[in-house]
Write a protein that binds this ligand. Sequence first.
Ligand SMILES: [Fe+2]
Length: 166
Amino acid sequence: MHYLNAILNPAQCGFLNNALIALLRSGRLDWTQDNYVRDCCGLGDIPQVDEFYDTVERQVRPIIGPAAVRANSYSRIYFKGAYLKPHVDRPGLDWTLSVCSFAEVEWPISAQGLDYQVASVPIAPGDGVLMRGTRQVHWREELRCRPDQLVIQHFYHWSEPGAAAP
Ligand SMILES: [Fe+2]
């Protein structure tokens, strides 16, 4: 798990937060409430989020290597009680950069490294965590916060050549 500082600047985070809140208010985010993920809503390939694909890709390219290709993006707003059960991502989403654009509380993401060591770190707004989502089991414990607080995250994915399409 690579922790990357200042992937997006405060103005870029503000732009994304406004986009997500506008989508929330217009009822265009899909709610997830199942055994793996709950108390959050999100949407894939939001144009405002994809505007920053070039920006974030420049910063992860030295780690993901020259051959990894863009897959898709997905963004979520998380509310009190949200969690993410341990899982690996589906083939094709080989690399995931999780960028936080808004967090009123610290909410660690945990992942088992390829060396089987578990790391757990909160992502500060503007920062990101890069991992091999298809190989590293990852999860988040329950989000403990007030009912009026939230966390906004964006996931940028890249595929390894030869991997199945997402
Ligand atoms: Fe995942």
